[in-house]
Design a protein around this ligand. Structure first.
Ligand code: ZN
Length: 68
């Protein structure tokens, strides 16, 4: 399916969107903040992680409530 990964340049949120037509790419906006400053990520297998490590780009999960 033509689902592409996008990353928002405004709030740094990552999301996926369905691109059926080429013109849809110009109308992609961030579902979190509604910004149009999004960048399409290269499609890659989900089970594959970048080897080596070093880049700390992922923050803590949004839902971090107390358990118990
Ligand atoms: Zn955003």
């Amino acid at each position: 399916m033509p689902i592409y990964e996008y990353a928002c340049a405004a709030c740094d949120a990552a999301f996926e969107t369905l691109i059926l037509r080429k013109s849809d790419e110009a109308e992609v906006e961030c579902p979190t903040c509604g910004s149009r400053r999004v960048k399409r990520q290269m499609s890659r297998p989900a089970a594959s992680r970048a080897r080596g490590g070093g880049s700390a780009s992922s923050g803590p999960p949004p839902n971090c409530g107390p358990i118990g």
